[in-house]
Design a protein around this ligand. Structure first.
Ligand code: FAD
Length: 456
């Protein structure tokens, strides 16, 4: 598992707001010519210089809006092409947005009110319009899953479309160039690069992501930069991650999938999700598992083995009464036949075994305790689990930079004027279903617009 930061506060001098007069704002959507960002600002170019760290979902959005609002914008990205998480998202189809947003489904240890204010800054309908009209990608709703995808089913279209728009509005891209430090420098910012050079800027956007799937280029550097600048980090943890089960109890069912309702309950938290569930060789995956995984993951760090969160499963949309009805004696009909009528054969057999009920017994022969045990297993059975797949497979990072230290209107640091933070490195994440891109797009846009604004 990758590093899990504790709540840290490190000292760093706060830069003073630049006393230099700032230019007036340029009109929206005005294409900008590529610039010489990073070089000392020539007297002939009075634009505000902005450096965005990380060309993922949030950073590319921030760069687009900074440039559109008149800033001389440089987007620095460690990987060759950027946006790697967009490419692998939604099974290669990129679930760009949810069809509807339920704000209550986001998780944060910061103030939920602050989080809601940020979420409302760029409403869903406007985000859709941006992708369809400005980026030029046709979107298609998938009502069954309540998700929005590109009509082409190609995540690459989203990534490439955003980078192309960034190019069109005049963002300068520095790819395959890691940022090694972000340092306040006499009222401005110095962004140190891996080749030993540095950029100077009036404003810096930290959009370097969290710790999830480090192979995509996000290895926690953004969190480390924020911590080094004195920001408080809520403890980070892998979220939306598959769950492992060492007991191997259901290993023979690997590959089987169905829709279930899961409830994860720890001493401090509870999460319920209805959706796809997949048995894997090592445990469980699928949207419902990922959506409740944070409760399990966090209980590992907080509880003794005995207090570990419980994972309960309702295998079918039937409650106690409905199953009891199905177990009424009916000739020679067996318990197995009754369960198989509602669930896949192999799972039905496995659950009878878990409930310690002989699959060949006729319903008429079942003792009351056996019937109750079986109903209990089917409606609220305990799923054994031992650990999680960690950041390697987690779709997002839970925890991160405290929202209390961010102005929710601008995403500007309350500790450092001219420093802006967005995307996954902030302390909030949502469930499966386009919620995490929604967060990245909204926070990236807000930061981008604000970087380019007139100095206060
Ligand atoms: C497998 C998978 C599937 C997913 N599917 C979906 C989905 O369908 N829908 C959805 O809403 N969400 C999905 N997510 C979540 C979503 O991808 C993230 O929430 C989102 O990408 C976060 O955006 P970000 O810009 O904050 O971070 P990232 O996308 O991680 O981008 C950060 C960027 O910063 C760069 N970087 C890092 N450090 C440095 C440095 N020091 N110098 C320069 N560059 C640096 C990285 O290379 C990277 O390009 C998925 C995630 C995964 C892993």
């Amino acid at each position: 598992m990758g590093p899990r930061y504790g709540a840290v506060k490190l000292g760093w001098p706060r830069p003073q707001r630049s006393s230099q007069p700032m230019p007036g704002r340029s009109p929206d959507y005005l294409p900008r010519m590529p610039s010489r960002s990073g070089a000392p600002r020539p007297a002939s170019d009075p634009r505000r210089q902005v450096v965005v760290v990380g060309a993922g979902a949030a950073g590319t959005m921030a760069a687009i809006f900074a440039a559109r609002h008149g800033a001389d914008t440089t987007l620095v990205e460690g990987s060759k092409d950027g946006g790697r998480k967009i490419l692998i998202s939604g099974g290669g189809r990129c679930n760009v947005l949810p069809m509807q947003l339920d704000e209550s489904r986001y998780i944060t240890d910061s103030s939920p009110n602050t989080m809601r204010r940020i979420l409302r800054s760029w409403p869903l309908a406007e985000q859709r319009r941006f992708f369809e009209h400005d980026v030029g990608i046709a979107l298609r709703d998938e009502p069954d899953l309540q998700k929005v995808f590109p009509a082409s089913h190609r995540a690459r279209d989203v990534r490439d479309g955003l980078l192309a728009l960034a190019d069109r509005v005049g963002v300068t891209r520095r790819m395959e160039m890691r940022v090694t430090a972000v340092v306040p420098d006499t009222g401005r910012w110095r962004v140190a690069l891996a080749d030993g050079s540095s950029l100077t800027a009036d404003a810096v956007v930290l959009a370097a992501g969290g710790l999830s799937v480090p192979a995509t280029g996000s290895d926690g550097a953004g969190l480390a930069f924020a911590a080094s600048l004195g920001h408080t980090l809520h403890p980070t943890y892998p979220a939306l991650t598959p769950i492992l089960d060492d007991s191997g109890r259901f290993a023979a069912l690997a590959g089987l999938s169905l829709t279930v309702t899961l409830t994860a309950t720890s001493a401090r938290r509870r999460a319920i999700a209805t959706g796809g569930f997949l048995f894997t060789h090592r445990g469980y995956s699928g949207p419902a598992v990922l959506d409740v995984s944070h409760v399990l993951v966090r209980s590992l760090g907080e509880a003794s083995a005995a207090d570990r969160a419980r994972l309960a499963v309702q295998w079918a949309p039937l409650d106690d009464a409905a199953w009891t009805e199905r177990f009424r004696p009916a000739g020679a009909r067996t318990a197995l036949a009754a369960v198989r009528a509602e669930l896949p054969d192999r799972l039905a057999a496995a659950l009878l075994e878990v409930a310690d009920v002989d699959a060949t017994r006729a319903l008429a022969e079942l003792r009351r305790e056996e019937r109750l045990r079986l109903v209990d297993t089917l409606v609220r059975g305990t799923l054994p689990w031992s650990s999680d797949e960690g950041y390697k497979k987690a779709e997002v990072t839970g925890g991160g930079v405290s929202l209390a230290e961010i102005d929710p209107r601008t995403m500007e640091s309350r500790l450092h004027p001219g420093l802006f933070l967005c995307g996954e490195l902030l302390d909030a994440f949502g469930p499966i279903g386009g919620y995490n891109f929604y967060w990245a797009w909204a926070t990236g846009r807000a930061a981008g617009i604000a970087t380019a604004r007139d100095a206060a």
